[in-house]
Write a protein that binds this ligand. Structure first.
Ligand code: GTP
Ligand code: MG
Length: 204
């Protein structure tokens, strides 16, 4: 019988490996990897901290553009988690934004150990044109992705259900997207156990 050892993300050590400001700074592959991607300020770093059960793993800020490189974490030596810079941040200098976007695109389409992308969408705003660009890139590179609605605590239950249904409907055009959308909040914990369970299945 296969041994079912539960991999509990919040009871496992998260060790910072390195931050890559350009694609040549990305570390050598070390087992399965997942990445958190999404528009600037959508809540990528906050969600990582929440699933880790430690608010200090990834840096969070009210100001968009907090995460300025791809930050890699080793989780119990069984999974690598990458926290990406946000895309679509208009207030940073043009070259900076272009550099991050290029890094995100190169990483997402060329990273060999990347098993799945967690694509975060603000639950209040839904899918935006620059999200569709990333979804198209992932579809054409055949990288599976899980769409996650964030900041559910800001929505009434009916609103988040409607947004979930509309988002799932839009995903039917995207072959690499998992069909079910997760609704989460790093604030009140909505959807966190489901997300941890999903991520555990991707670890070695
Ligand atoms: P960049 O690194 O700049 O791309 O941002 P990010 O996507 O990593 O977002 P970050 O986690 O830094 O959070 C941005 C802001 O949203 C912070 O002020 C967070 O406190 C807030 N935030 C994140 N998640 C939630 C949530 O679930 N609910 C609420 N209400 N606020 C959240
Ligand atoms: Mg961040």
């Amino acid at each position: 019988m296969a041994e079912a050892v539960e991999f509990r993300l919040n009871a496992t050590e998260w060790r910072f490996i390195t931050g890559a400001a350009a694609i040549d700074g990305v570390p050598p592959p070390a087992g399965p990897e997942i990445a958190f991607a999404g528009r600037s300020n959508v809540g990528k770093s906050s969600l990582i901290n929440k699933i880790a059960g430690n608010r200090n793993v990834a840096r969070v800020s009210n100001t968009p553009g907090r995460t300025q490189q791809v930050n890699f974490f080793s989780v119990g030596e069984r999974l690598t988690v990458a926290d990406l810079p946000g895309y679509g941040y208009a207030a940073a200098p043009k070259e900076t934004v272009a550099g991050w976007t290029e890094l995100i695109r190169l990483y997402l389409k060329g990273r060999v150990p990347l098993r799945q992308v967690m694509l975060l969408i603000d639950g209040r705003h839904g899918i935006k044109p620059n999200d569709v660009e990333i979804m198209d890139l992932l579809d054409s590179a055949a990288v599976p992705y899980q769409v996650i609605l964030t900041k559910a605590d800001k929505l009434k239950r009916g609103e988040s259900e409607r947004m979930r249904a509309a988002t799932e409907n839009a995903l039917r055009k995207h072959p690499a997207a998992r069909p079910e959308v997760l609704v989460t909040s790093a604030e009140d914990g909505t959807g966190i156990e489901a997300l941890r369970a999903l991520i555990s299945t991707l670890a070695e």
